[in-house]
Design a protein around this ligand. Structure first.
Ligand code: OMP
Length: 231
């Protein structure tokens, strides 16, 4: 069972330092756009020096050459996982995987299918997609797999469908995790850690439910126990 990935959605390194000080174990954390764009690669160096694993979430989405060149740089960072948007297409994803793994052969490259802040209605009305949400997620997951990626980002609601179609080894990394008492904030396709466990997802990504909790270390323990199927 993989550890829950904690989304470190902070602006300043000082906030990260004081947050991480509350934990006395090795964690898997996510560094997103906010933290990375404001602080740069030193964030990665500092968190790795503390012994934590990192999912660098920059969701690259551009023409193949631009993403390929950017991924060459990310491949030189000591991170365990990073991502692109599957909507950038198969040529972009192939360039991304080639460039990233050239520098980091053991790192995982995954693709966002449909953001967990998107609803069925938004996909129909705003993307003008003829596909349902599930069909669209599966379509992008298939494209990501064909392009040589290791897995996708979706809601746990879609994990079983993806594993059934693409195999258990194709990773499902799933944010939008909330306990019943948490606020949903801007998330739409929300699932509890226990339900995510039952849905067979590979990794959960948990941000505000832990980072904004009164006692983040306690909340992490609660989330982790539920995610391990302990009711
Ligand atoms: O790629 C991601 O990590 C991601 C994809 C997605 O579809 N939805 C999503 O919420 N995320 C990220 O997962 C984290 C979820 O944070 P919370 O909503 O605070 O738990 C945020 O850092 C998002 O950027």
């Amino acid at each position: 069972m993989h550890k829950p990935i904690i989304a470190l959605d902070f602006s300043h390194l000082d906030e990260v330092r004081s947050f991480l000080k509350q934990f006395d174990e090795q964690l898997y954390v996510k560094v997103g756009m906010e933290l990375y764009l404001l602080n740069g690669p030193r964030v990665i160096e500092e968190i790795r020096a503390l012994g934590h694993d990192i999912f660098l979430d920059l969701k690259l989405y551009d023409i193949p050459n631009t993403v390929g060149k950017a991924m060459e740089g990310l491949g030189r960072l000591d991170v365990q996982m990073t991502n692109v948007h599957a909507q950038g297409g198969s040529a972009m994803m192939k360039r991304a995987v080639e460039s990233f793994k050239d520098g980091n052969p053991d790192g995982r490259l995954i693709a966002v299918t449909q953001l967990t802040s998107m609803s069925e209605e938004m996909i129909e009305l705003e993307q003008r997609s003829a596909l349902s949400l599930n069909e669209s997620v599966l379509h992008y997951a298939e494209l990501a797999k064909k392009s040589g990626l290791d897995g996708i980002v979706s809601s746990p609601l879609e994990s079983e469908m993806i594993h059934d179609a693409l195999g258990k080894d194709f990773l499902t990394i799933t944010p939008g995790i909330r306990l019943p008492e948490d606020s949903k904030d801007d998330q739409i396709r929300v699932v509890s850690p226990l339900d995510a466990y039952k849905m067979g997802t590979d990794y959960i990504v948990v941000g505000r439910s832990i980072t904004q909790a009164e006692n983040p270390a306690e909340k992490y323990k609660t989330v982790k126990a539920l995610w391990e199927g302990k009711e």
